[in-house]
Design a protein around this ligand. Sequence first.
Ligand SMILES: *Cc1c(COP(=O)(O)O)cnc(C)c1O
Length: 496
Amino acid sequence: MDYQSTRDPKLRATAAEAILNGLAPDGGLYSMPSLEDIPFDARAVLKLDTQGMATEILTALLPSFTKDEMRELVRSAYEGKFETPELTPTVQVGDDTILELFRGPTSAFKDVALSMLPRLMTASREKCGVTDEILILTATSGDTGKAAMEGFCDVPGTRIIVFYPDGGVSAVQKAQMETQTGSNVCVCAVRGNFDDAQTGVKNVFSAVTEGKLLDGKGVRLSSANSINIGRLAPQVVYYFRAYANLVNAGRIQMGDKVDFVVPTGNFGDILAGYFARELGLPVGKLVCASNANNVLTDFFETGRYDKDRPFYKTVSPSMDILVSSNLERLLYLLSGDTELVKGLMTELKERGFYQVPIALQRALHEIFWQGWCDDEGTKKAIGMVWREYGYLCDTHTAVAWDVAQQYKAAHPEHAPVVILSTASPYKFPAAVLEGLGHSPKGDEFDMMEQIHNETGVPVPKNLSGLREREVRHRDVIDRDKILEYVLGKATQKEWF
Ligand SMILES: *Cc1c(COP(=O)(O)O)cnc(C)c1O
C-alpha cells in the first residue's frame, strides 16, 4: 500500500489501484507520503537511454510493477510512436535550452503521458484482478481528447469516447479528432460549450455509479484525467532526459544544478519536476510560468490562492485554468499534513480562496519562482525568438520563454535554464503568425501553409496530411443526451 489520499492517511491504495481509481474516494488525490525514501540512483539513471530512464523512474514511482513488466509497458507505449527515439529532444536557443515535449503522435505535450497511461491502466486492471473492459470518457476543449484517443487506440481491453463542444474547437483540432482511426475509439460533438460537455460527462459518472447502470455489463468507466498518478509519473522522465543531454553536451558537470521554466495550467507538468527533484535530480528552481490567468503567480507570491477572479481566454488556451488540481499534491508533499490539505481544499470550495501557513509558504519559496506574461508579450516573444535565434515556438512556450527572461533578470546567479516547450507552433497558427508580424489569412490550414512559407519550419506529419484524411466520426448530440449515448455505446459490441 504505497499510496494514500492527500486528505486522509487511512484511504490507502496500491499504485495499481490508484491508477484504476483515478481519484481517492474522499475527493483527494493519490500520493505517496514521501518520495525521499524511494530507493533510486539518479546518477545511474542519467546514463540510460530514454526508455531505460522511463523504466527505472516508473518502477520507482509505481511499485506495483516489476522492472521487467515496466520495460515492456514502456516499449509498447513509445516504440516508434515519437519523431525521435529520445522522445523529448532538447534544442539550444541562445543561452537557454528548450525541451521539446511535442514530438509525439498528435504534436501535443499530452502525448508523453497519454501514450503511457493506457498501458498502465490495462496492466493495473490485471494486477487488481478486474476483468471488465475499461471505457474511458473524456470531455475535451481540443488537445487532450485527440492525444487520449491516439494513446488508447487499439489498446486491448479499453475503449474511449471523447466529447467536444460542437463549434468550440479549432478547425485543426476538429479534423484531428474526426479522422481518428482505431476500432475502439469514438468521438461525438455536443451542442453546447466545453462546460456543457464536461458537466455532461461528470453527470454520466455519478448517474452510472448511483444507479448501478453498468453493473454486470462487463464495462467499467474511467477517465484519462491529469490528476491520475498514471499520467503524472511518465512526465518525470523528460526532466532526467534534459539534464542528461546538458551533461552529454558538456554544458554542465554531473551534479550541477539546472533551473526549469514550465508553462503551467493544471500543475501536472511542473509537479513532475518536483518529483524529479525529490528523486535526486539536481534541480535548482522550478519556475511556474502563467498567462493572464495568473492565479498561480499570485499564489506563489503571497501564499493566498484565490480563484474568484476574471477568467481570460488567451492565445495560450491550455493554460486558461483557475483551479490547478495537481497543486494539492504539492501542498501535501511539502506539509505532510492531510488535515491541513483537507481544510484548505474545503475553504477553496466553500469560500473560493485559501491562505497557506507561513512555514509552507517558505518551503514553496525555497523551490519555486513565478511569473506571467499577457497575450501581447506572448506574441512579442514569438517574434523575438524567431528573429534573434531562428527558433519558432508556440504560444505556451513563448509564455515560458518570456518568464524565463524575467527570472534570469531577477536572479543574476541563476543556473543553466531549461524551458519546457509544450506544443508545436503549427497548433496555434493565428497567434504565431501575428507574432511573426504577418496577418493570418483564410482558415487554419491556410495559416499553417503561410507559416511554413514564411519560416521553412517543417509541418509535423500528423498535421500536414489532415485535410485529405477520411472523416470517420460524425455524431452530434444535444447536451442532455450524453448519458443515453454512453449507455448505448457501452453495450454495443462492435463500434465499427
Ligand atoms: C496541458 C498543457 C499545458 C499545461 O500543463 P499542466 O500539466 O496542466 O500544467 C501547457 N501547454 C500545453 C500546450 C498543454 O497542452
